[in-house]
Design a binder for this molecule. Structure first.
Ligand code: PLP
Length: 396
């Protein structure tokens, strides 16, 4: 097994993907062509949202959301410390203040009680919104958070980067797909190679709110509108054809936007990958079940994210003693497990705002023990058996 190397996550590329990308390369448009629209429609359909806006990456998606919701200097936004930094950073891009709630030690998701406590302890109006994260692929119960948000007049951005294909069940017994827009104002996804759907780089915002949708479209591309929807300043611009007629070259910059566009090439890959999305989630659940069975009676595993309904299993996390020892032992055997995440509030950048050890004990305790084992649809039975064997061997 000398060339054997198993990462914690990896893309899964097929001949169909290759064909789709090559076809897109020979299309008249490499960017801003028909594949973007198609990807958005098929993705919205898959997730069950009314609208989807494809962008250059998940971080850009988050930034567009905070811009569309007018996050401003001094506004406070609550999120979880156990997430990728971008979930919090998008608030900072707009000058807002990030307040980290603690996590639920059972689910590793943002803790409802911790959020409620923050809201109760501050005068109404202190907070502008909440960014819950479907961490590792496990869906946050957004119905509960929506009620709380409505009580305090907050918006919700669901960071669903880990969870396309994940769901929770609402009180009326209906399956609520992550990102479907029924409870969150906006939701975002990433198409980074380790995620469920790979575009190389890529992201998506989903929503059921038409006004927000139009704002996202505008901000994605420099705040510029090209067709005759751009009539805001019709009386200040003179055209040879008269005030009511707009020449084809007419465009209007209505807001300060960005170039957060995705290319047709990336969307062609995304569309092809999306066709196998359900298959990928089913495979991830199968792998999770095997890990769960292998470790359920082992005392070295304190917690594991196994056997959970609606879990999309971007990651398979176990909590163990001597995590560093296990991590190094697995690396010696070319198994590249990973740690998700060092708590965001303890990052040097966030420490400058006063965050320190002890502020979020559940998150900090989780971080001391967590390790993400290899989890991706192309993981073979043989590879998974090898991982399980090496984990057990380390503790023997
Ligand atoms: C939870 C979460 N949010 C946001 C992002 C940002 O996505 P991207 O890398 O596509 O910018 C990631 C990606 O790692 C993530 O895991």
């Amino acid at each position: 097994m000398s060339n054997f190397s198993i990462p914690y996550g990896r893309q899964y590329i097929t001949k169909e993907d290759e064909k789709a990308v090559v076809e897109a390369l020979y299309h008249p448009y490499l960017t801003q062509g028909p594949k973007i629209d198609e990807f958005e429609k098929v993705f919205a359909d898959y997730i069950g949202s009314n609208y989807a806006v494809a962008v250059s990456n998940g971080t850009a998606a988050l930034h567009l959301c905070t811009l569309a919701l007018n996050v401003a200097k001094g506004q406070k936004v609550i999120t979880t410390p156990i997430t990728f930094a971008a979930s919090a950073n998008c608030v900072r891009y707009c000058g807002g203040e990030v307040v980290f709630a603690d996590i639920d030690p059972e689910t590793y998701l943002i803790d409802y009680n911790s959020v409620q406590k923050l809201l109760l302890e501050a005068p109404k109006g202190t907070y502008a919104g909440i960014i819950p994260v479907d961490f590792a692929g496990r869906a946050v119960d957004l119905e509960r958070f929506r009620k709380l948000a409505d009580e305090y007049g907050l918006w919700i951005i669901e960071d669903a980067c880990h969870a396309p294909g994940g769901f929770f069940t609402s009180e009326n017994g209906i399956q609520q797909n992550c990102g479907n827009g029924n409870f969150a104002d906006l939701a975002i996804f990433s198409f980074h190679p380790v995620k469920h759907i790979a575009c190389g780089e890529g992201g998506m915002v989903t929503t059921n709110d038409e006004e927000l949708y139009n704002k996202l479209l505008l901000l994605r591309s420099h705040g510029i509108i090209k067709d005759n929807r751009g009539q805001q300043y019709q009386n200040t611009v003179e055209f040879s054809g008269g005030k009511e007629e707009y020449p084809l070259w007419y465009m209007e910059m209505q807001d300060l936007g960005f170039n957060y566009r995705i290319t047709d090439i990336q969307c062609a890959l995304g569309l092809s990958q999306l066709q196998r999305a359900d298959e990928g989630v089913a495979k991830r659940r199968e792998i999770a079940e095997k890990y769960f069975e292998a470790f359920k009676n082992e005392s070295f595993v304190k917690g594991q994210s196994g056997s959970v309904e609606g879990h999309a299993y971007h990651l398979y996390i176990v909590e163990v003693e001597d995590r560093l020892g296990l991590y190094n032992y697995l690396r010696e055997h070319h198994i590249y497990a990973q740690i998700h995440y060092i708590p965001c509030h303890l990052m040097p950048y966030y420490r400058q705002f006063g965050w320190k050890e002890g502020d979020r004990p559940n998150a900090e305790n989780y971080y001391k023990h967590c390790i993400s084992l290899p989890m991706f649809p192309a993981l073979t039975d043989e590879e998974q058996k090898f991982v399980i064997e090496k984990v057990k061997e380390f503790y023997e």
